[in-house]
Design a protein around this ligand. Structure first.
Ligand code: F0G
Length: 427
C-alpha cells in the first residue's frame, strides 16, 4: 500500500519519511502518490457513505473520513484533528440569478474550525509533522494559513511560527494567530519574499514548513473535492470555480478529482475555473500565452488573502488546468467586493477573496464559457468575519477606487419612537 513522494517533473521517488519540499535532482514540486491499484480494492462510495454521521474517532472529520485517499499508511493515533471539514454545500437561487446560471452551489470552506479551508491542509501537514517527530512548524502567510497553523500547533503541542507580510493582514486573521499563541513575526516584505525566507530558514532552525509547497497539506485540501462529490451523491458538476492565490487548492483539486475518477468514485471530471484578482494575476497572464510565458507580478488587491505575485504551485496548477480542460479568468476589486456583498446579503457571507468565485462564474457565464444550464460549484474559501474592515469600508463607500453597487448604510437615530418610525416606515 505504501505511498511515496514523487517529483512531478522527473518522477524521482522518495519515502514519505523524508523531509523534502522539492526534488533533490531537478527542483520540481513533489506529490504524495498513492497505490491506486491497491486502493481500488478498498475504497467505494458505500464505504464513505457509511462513515457519514460518525460520532467518534477520525472519521468524524471531513478530511479523515477519506483516510485511505489522504494518508493510507498513517497510524490513526498520530492524527491531529479539530475535526475539520463537513462544510455546507448551499444551493442559492438568488446567487444563481446574479451569476446568470440556472443552478449554483456554494461550498463554504469558511465553516472550518478556524474559518478557512486551510484547516483541511493543516490537519494533514501537522499530522505529518508529528509523524516526522518535528517540534516546530512555520509558515509565511497572507493571514489564513497563520491562523490555522497557530491553532493546530497549539492543539497538538507543537511550537507554531508565522511570518506575516508587513502590511494588510486582515484583522480577524492576525488576532487568531496571536490568540492561539504562535510566535508572530511581522517581516518588512511581501508574502512572496516571506515564503522564500521561511524555506531558507527551515533546515538551519529545524522548522517544518507548512505552506502549500508542502505536499501533505494538499492531500488534506483535496478532500474539499471529495466531500463536495459525496454531497452531490457522487455526481460530478460541470464546473468548479475557485479563487487562485498560491494555487494550492487548484493543484489539490486537480489531483483529487483525477484520483476519484481513476478509482471509479466519479464518472467524469469537472472543469476547473481559477479566478484571480486583476492586481494579482500571474496565472491569468500565463494562461493568455497558453502557458508559454510565466512572469511573477507585483501584487495588489483588496482581497489580501490572494495578494500573491509568484505562486509557489504554479506548475501543479497548470497540470490541473490541462487535465481538467480548465480556464483562468481575472476580476476587478470592484467585481470582487460587489460579488461578496451579494453572497453576504444572501445570508451566507464570506471574506473578499471568496468573492472571486461568484464574480468569476458571472463573468464566465456572460462570456458564454460557462453555459447557463451547466451545474457550477463555487468555492467560498474564508469566513465573513475574517476581514471586518473590508466589509464595513465597502458599505461606507470608503474603499479606494470602489463604488459599492450594493451598499447597506448604517442609519443614525435619536432615541425616540418617531425617529425609528421615520427610518422604518410602515410595514
Ligand atoms: N482564499 C482565501 C481566503 C485564502 O486565504 C487563500 C490563500 C486563497 C483563497 C488562495 O488559495 O493559495 O490555494 O490559491 N491564503 C494563503 C494564506 C496564501 O497565507 O493564508 P491558494
Amino acid at each position: 500500500m505504501r505511498s511515496m513522494l514523487q517529483c512531478m517533473d522527473c518522477g524521482r521517488q522518495y519515502p514519505t519519511n523524508r523531509v523534502l519540499y522539492t526534488c533533490e535532482t531537478c527542483g520540481g514540486l513533489l506529490d504524495v502518490v498513492h497505490n491506486l491499484a491497491a486502493l481500488r480494492r478498498v475504497v467505494s462510495r458505500e464505504l464513505y457513505d457509511a462513515r457519514l454521521g460518525a460520532l467518534r474517532g477520525p472519521y468524524r472529520s471531513g478530511v479523515w473520513r477519506y483516510k485511505e485517499l489522504v494518508a493510507p499508511d498513517l497510524p490513526e493515533d498520530l492524527i491531529v484533528t479539530r475535526p475539520e471539514g463537513n462544510t455546507n454545500l448551499y444551493q442559492s437561487q438568488r446567487l444563481a440569478v446574479y451569476a446568470g446560471l440556472d443552478k449554483l452551489y456554494l461550498k463554504h470552506e469558511g465553516e472550518n474550525p478556524t474559518g478557512s479551508f486551510k484547516d483541511r491542509g493543516m490537519t494533514g501537514g501537522v499530522t505529518q509533522a508529528r509523524a516526522l517527530g518535528k517540534r516546530r512548524v512555520a509558515c509565511a502567510s497572507t493571514g489564513n494559513t497563520s491562523a490555522s497553523l497557530a491553532a493546530y500547533a497549539a492543539w497538538s503541542g507543537l511550537q507554531g511560527v508565522v511570518l506575516f507580510q508587513n502590511k494588510q493582514v486582515a484583522l480577524g486573521k492576525l488576532s487568531q494567530a496571536v490568540a492561539y499563541g504562535a510566535v508572530c513575526i511581522r517581516v518588512a516584505a511581501d508574502f512572496d519574499r516571506n515564503l522564500e525566507l521561511v524555506r531558507e530558514i527551515a533546515d538551519e532552525l529545524d522548522i517544518y514548513v507548512l505552506n502549500s509547497v508542502n505536499p501533505f497539506r494538499l492531500e488534506g485540501q483535496k478532500t474539499i473535492m471529495i466531500e463536495t462529490m459525496q454531497q452531490l451523491g457522487w455526481e460530478a458538476p460541470d464546473w468548479i470555480v475557485l479563487p487562485g492565490g498560491n494555487l494550492g487548492n487548484c493543484s489539490a483539486f486537480g489531483k483529487g478529482l483525477k484520483e476519484l475518477y481513476d478509482l471509479g468514485l466519479i464518472d467524469r471530471i469537472p472543469r476547473i475555473a481559477v479566478i484571480q484578482a486583476e492586481g494579482a494575476n500571474p496565472l491569468y497572464k500565463a494562461y493568455l500565452t497558453e502557458f508559454e510565458h510565466y512572469e511573477p507580478v507585483h501584487a495588489d488587491t483588496v482581497a489580501t488573502a490572494i495578494k500573491i505575485g509568484n505562486p509557489v504551485n504554479y506548475r501543479k496548477a497548470v497540470r490541473t488546468l490541462e487535465e481538467t480542460s480548465g480556464v483562468v479568468e481575472q476580476v476587478t476589486d470592484q467585481e470582487i467586493m460587489d460579488a461578496k456583498a451579494q453572497i453576504d446579503a444572501a445570508g451566507i457571507g464570506c471574506e473578499p477573496a471568496s468573492g472571486c468565485s461568484l464574480a468569476g462564474a458571472r463573468k464566465l457565464a456572460a462570456a458564454g464559457i460557462i453555459r447557463a444550464d451547466e451545474t457550477v460549484v463555487a468555492i467560498l474559501t474564508g469566513h465573513l468575519l475574517k476581514d471586518p474592515d473590508a466589509t464595513i469600508s465597502y458599505h461606507r463607500g470608503e474603499l479606494a477606487g470602489i463604488t459599492p453597487a450594493f451598499p447597506n448604510h448604517i442609519h443614525e437615530a435619536e432615541p425616540t419612537v418617531e425617529a425609528l418610525a421615520a427610518i422604518l416606515g410602515p410595514n
